[in-house]
Design a protein around this ligand. Structure first.
Ligand code: HEC
Ligand code: HEC
Ligand code: HEC
Ligand code: HEC
Ligand code: HEC
Ligand code: HEC
Ligand code: HEC
Ligand code: HEC
Length: 272
């Protein structure tokens, strides 16, 4: 009886060194897993990733545990980066998995440390200024977040995009060059020379999108729109770039149409 008590006592004393079953740890670190989604290995056994340093635990002057390996190697034991993408996302290339993931658990999907788009906006302050406050964000962001157009780890396309969208300001006006936009928008917007439904950017039936985006020197949507957000209606850009010049667009919408005075031409208006 006494012997058994001593053994129990010894187990309690040595527990921080040897025993690392989950329950031992959760009595103090339970909050790490108190979220909807748990990472399987953390739910299973803390010692998959943490090993004792031999120091007593908890202690203010020495760490009781070290990671079995550094991040990202630790993660890549179990998660292969399947194919290397041509354009990896910088934090992923740097192995900063913890920049986006919580190794233990998360309240949303994919063990993200913040829900998306907040996660993305926590690093991308310039975009954050375009989609919050008085700005009107692209409805695609309200609907599906940043991931409706971007990939998180990397992409074979520029700017981590999920589909084609050109870098050049002027290029042949083929819908495949703007495939990203036409995942969700009607192609008539660009292809129909005359339309009553395809777009609101028309003078009577004359499609002014077609007028600006046709032939070999079609204009990139970005010359008139800010894809993330803008204070002006229809995501119209406040300023239009032209070589080294930056000119104010002076876009004024009205009920039947609108007008612009961009510096590319004098003031022109359209009426539907
Ligand atoms: C008696 C409560 C208690 C138990 C049981 C406990 N911890 Fe801790 N742990 C703490 C406290 C308190 C800290 C914070 C120490 C500090 O900030 O210096 C901590 C810090 C840590 C840290 C980060 C710093 C360090 O010392 O390594 C890790 C990792 C950790 N614990 C893992 C574990 C694991 C794994 C277990 C189970 C084997 C465990 N802990 C059991 C209280 C506990
Ligand atoms: C998949 C690997 C993995 C597993 C399994 C795991 N951890 Fe961790 N843990 C980490 C990593 C990586 C960090 C460092 C996080 C950082 O740098 O932000 C960490 C950090 C910690 C910390 C320091 C405080 C913090 O929140 O960053 C504590 C405490 C901790 N883990 C406890 C535990 C406990 C308890 C378990 C079991 C329930 C566990 N861990 C299971 C990978 C893991
Ligand atoms: C011991 C193996 C192991 C290690 C180490 C490990 N994981 Fe996992 N991880 C798993 C398993 C098993 C799953 C669940 C099955 C799956 O979705 O592939 C998972 C799932 C995930 C998921 C997907 C969750 C979801 O909802 O789809 C993410 C993200 C993840 N792990 C990130 C990490 C990160 C970051 C690290 C390094 C800190 C790491 N893992 C280390 C085994 C591991
Ligand atoms: C910039 C943020 C970010 C970084 C950095 C990041 N991830 Fe992710 N990860 C995500 C997002 C968002 C998802 C879920 C959406 C998706 O599938 O793309 C995800 C999904 C995952 C998944 C589950 C889906 C899958 O692809 O199997 C795993 C596993 C994963 N990440 C592991 C890692 C590892 C390992 C690292 C470090 C090398 C890492 N992540 C770095 C944002 C990130
Ligand atoms: C931990 C910080 C961090 C987080 C979180 C983060 N990023 Fe990034 N991202 C970077 C850095 C650093 C770069 C490279 C410098 C730059 O272009 O700003 C980058 C670049 C980018 C680029 C431009 C890539 C290129 O090739 O031009 C896009 C697009 C992007 N991130 C989207 C996202 C999205 C979407 C998310 C959310 C899933 C996200 N980022 C989350 C740090 C982060
Ligand atoms: C409707 C599609 C779409 C959505 C949704 C979207 N983006 Fe983008 N993003 C783009 C396109 C297209 C580019 C390339 C810009 C260019 O060519 O001028 C880009 C470029 C970027 C860049 C790199 C260039 C720059 O302007 O800094 C970052 C960073 C970025 N996006 C972050 C985000 C974040 C964060 C979110 C979510 C809040 C988001 N994006 C949502 C389409 C989108
Ligand atoms: C994932 C779907 C999706 C993608 C991809 C997408 N959009 Fe959108 N976009 C929407 C939705 C939804 C709306 C709101 C309804 C509408 O006006 O059609 C919208 C609205 C717009 C508006 C009008 C804004 C307003 O206030 O009425 C413009 C301009 C726009 N998108 C441009 C683009 C451009 C340029 C691209 C390609 C870079 C693009 N979109 C890609 C979903 C998308
Ligand atoms: C010359 C400037 C200009 C260019 C280039 C341009 N747009 Fe627009 N776009 C506008 C204006 C102005 C409106 C507002 C029309 C209105 O009053 O309803 C608009 C409206 C839109 C809308 C809202 C629905 C509609 O058609 O009225 C979408 C979606 C859109 N544009 C997508 C695009 C896409 C995709 C491209 C590139 C292929 C593009 N735009 C190129 C000026 C432009």
């Amino acid at each position: 009886m006494i012997q058994l008590l001593i053994i129990d006592f010894l187990i309690i004393l040595t527990l921080p060194y040897g025993g690392s079953t989950k329950t031992d740890c959760l009595s103090c670190h339970g909050d790490l897993l108190e979220k909807e989604m748990m990472h399987y290995p953390a739910e299973d056994d803390c010692s998959t990733c943490h090993e004792s340093t031999g120091a007593s635990h908890p202690s203010t002057d020495s760490a009781g545990f070290r990671l079995m390996d550094k991040v990202p190697a630790l993660c890549l034991y179990c998660h292969e980066e399947t194919q290397q993408k041509t354009h990896p996302h910088q934090p992923v290339a740097e192995g900063n998995c913890m920049g986006c993931h919580d190794p233990h658990a998360s309240s949303g999907s994919s063990l993200l440390s913040l829900p998306e788009p907040d996660l993305c906006l926590s690093c991308h302050k310039r975009i954050s200024r375009l989609v919050q406050g008085k700005m009107k964000a692209h409805s695609a962001i309200e609907g599906g977040g940043c991931m409706s157009c971007h990939q998180s780890h990397g992409s074979d396309m520029r700017a981590l995009l999920v589909d084609h969208y050109p870098e050049e300001d002027y290029l042949p006006a083929l819908t495949e060059n703007f495939e990203l936009c036409f995942l969700c928008h009607d192609m008539d917007l660009m292809e129909a020379e005359e339309t009553e439904w395809g777009t609101g950017f028309r003078n009577g039936k004359k499609n002014l999108h077609w007028l600006h985006v046709n032939g070999d020197k079609g204009r990139n949507c970005r010359m008139c729109h800010n894809i993330h957000g803008s204070p002006l209606p229809f995501l119209v850009e406040e300023y239009v770039g032209f070589g080294n010049w930056v000119m104010e667009m002076k876009f004024v919408p009205d009920e039947q149409g609108g007008s612009c005075l961009p510096g590319c031409h004098g003031k022109l208006s359209y009426q539907r």
